[in-house]
Design a protein around this ligand. Structure first.
Ligand code: GLU
Length: 398
């Protein structure tokens, strides 16, 4: 069968594939420890669910404007005003099906054939493939485990060519958990402004930062190059709302208008009930966000300690998001498991632990483990991983 050429440039989302594999095994009755997809195990807060119930009861079940109801676009503006001290109008916001659609809209609206878009690796798979779906070329500047996967401005600026159209920063980063500092963001913004480039920030994990480091990237960008800034984020991670599909893009109103044209032909509005829930999440009490963050910090420390007690598992302790990104190249060999992809397959088959292979993030030799799951399941998962590694060693296949 022949498909459109763009489909040959991309692969199925590796993060979603792992989730599907784990689900299939679970339905066969296997006790899978699923540390694959990044999604909070917490329930959506009660006041958010109550808003959704009320929306249903009020028959708020019709189409809405495709960019989202005005009250939700205002709620996004309100949240960023309170959290970051920045002002923007609802016309500068579009409501999307998660940050994923916000990023997709931006890629489709801003980039095209011949354009290069610089981002940093290891990177979330949809970032690269969305740029390719827009017929543009992702240019990857690698970050390195040796310095905590820190996102530095200079290599990104050095990657700018006459074809560069944009720079995409993901902070905190999925999968590494690294953050770009405000100072490095400012350097990137100054360089981008000088060259007339777009800067897009994937801010999905903005609420998941474990140490009190300044991370007001939106203000840094607004102060320097607001007219070329796009911020993409979502309620998914902060409010445990992955399945609701509530995200947003914040950008100059002309960009938002174009995103709305695209979205108006692709999906129209996100679910009307979700929109009411999103308003409650953004305008209601925020203490649940802090409680979840504190719990994730405990889990990060615990699972990091358990895994790295085996010296063959090397792992940076991340500053944000909810992933560990261990390096396991020392456990691979030509006679045994030859790649981190094979390592993850065997881990699922032998001890029923689902993690995402580094290959999906353009980082062979690593795997990604989501610690957005209960401490008991994390302990069980870490124990199984360590048992698996011991068995690998005992088999002489390392
Ligand atoms: N962002 C999450 C992850 O990386 C959800 C899966 C996805 O949409 O890719 O696991």
């Amino acid at each position: 069968m022949s498909f459109a050429s763009r489909m040959h440039r991309v692969v199925a989302s590796p993060t979603l594939r792992v989730a599907a594999d784990a689900d299939r095994l679970r339905r066969q009755g296997v006790d899978v420890v699923d540390l694959g997809a990044g999604e909070p195990d917490f329930a959506t807060p009660d006041h958010v669910k109550a808003a959704a119930h009320a929306a249903l009861d009020a028959n708020f079940t019709k189409y809405t404007p495709s960019a989202g109801v005005m009250e939700l676009r205002e709620a996004v503006a309100h949240r960023y005003k309170v959290d970051y001290g920045v002002d923007f109008k609802p016309e500068e916001v579009i409501i999307t099906a998660g940050a994923k659609q916000a990023l997709y809209n931006a890629a489709m609206v801003l980039f095209g054939p011949g354009d290069e878009v610089i981002t940093h690796g290891p990177f979330w798979p949809s970032i690269g493939d969305q740029i390719k779906l827009a017929d543009a070329t992702p240019v990857i500047v690698q970050t390195h485990m040796e310095d905590g996967f820190t996102i530095h401005a200079d290599p990104i600026i050095n990657a700018i060519t006459p074809k560069t159209k944009g720079i995409l920063i993901n902070s905190p980063c999925n999968p590494t958990g690294a953050l770009v500092s405000e100072a490095e963001m400012a350097k990137i913004a100054d360089a981008a402004k000088a060259k007339g480039l777009w800067v897009i920030v994937d801010f999905t994990y903005e609420k998941l930062i474990y140490e009190p480091v300044p991370h007001n990237l939106i203000k840094v960008l607004f102060d320097r190059m607001r007219e070329k800034t796009v911020i993409c984020s979502a309620a998914s991670k902060a409010y445990a709302m992955t399945g609701w599909r509530c995200g947003w893009a914040i950008a100059p109103k002309d960009v938002i208008a174009q995103c709305n044209v695209l979205q108006g032909h692709a999906t129209s509005n996100i679910n009307s009930i979700t929109q009411k829930a999103g308003i409650a999440a953004l305008t209601g009490p925020q203490d649940g966000v802090t409680a979840m963050l504190n719990e994730y910090r405990k889990r990060r420390d615990a699972v990091h300690g358990w895994l790295t007690s085996d010296p063959r598992i090397v792992c940076v302790k991340p500053g944000g998001a909810f992933y560990l990104f261990p390096y396991v190249a020392g456990l691979l060999s030509p006679n045994g498991l030859r790649s981190s992809g094979e390592f993850c397959e065997a881990l699922l088959k032998d001890v029923a632990v689902a993690v995402t292979p580094g290959e999906g993030f353009d980082a062979p030799g690593y795997f990604r483990l989501s610690y957005a799951t209960s401490i008991e399941r994390l302990k069980e998962g870490a124990d199984r991983i360590k048992t698996f590694v011991q068995a690998l060693e005992a088999s002489g296949r390392i």
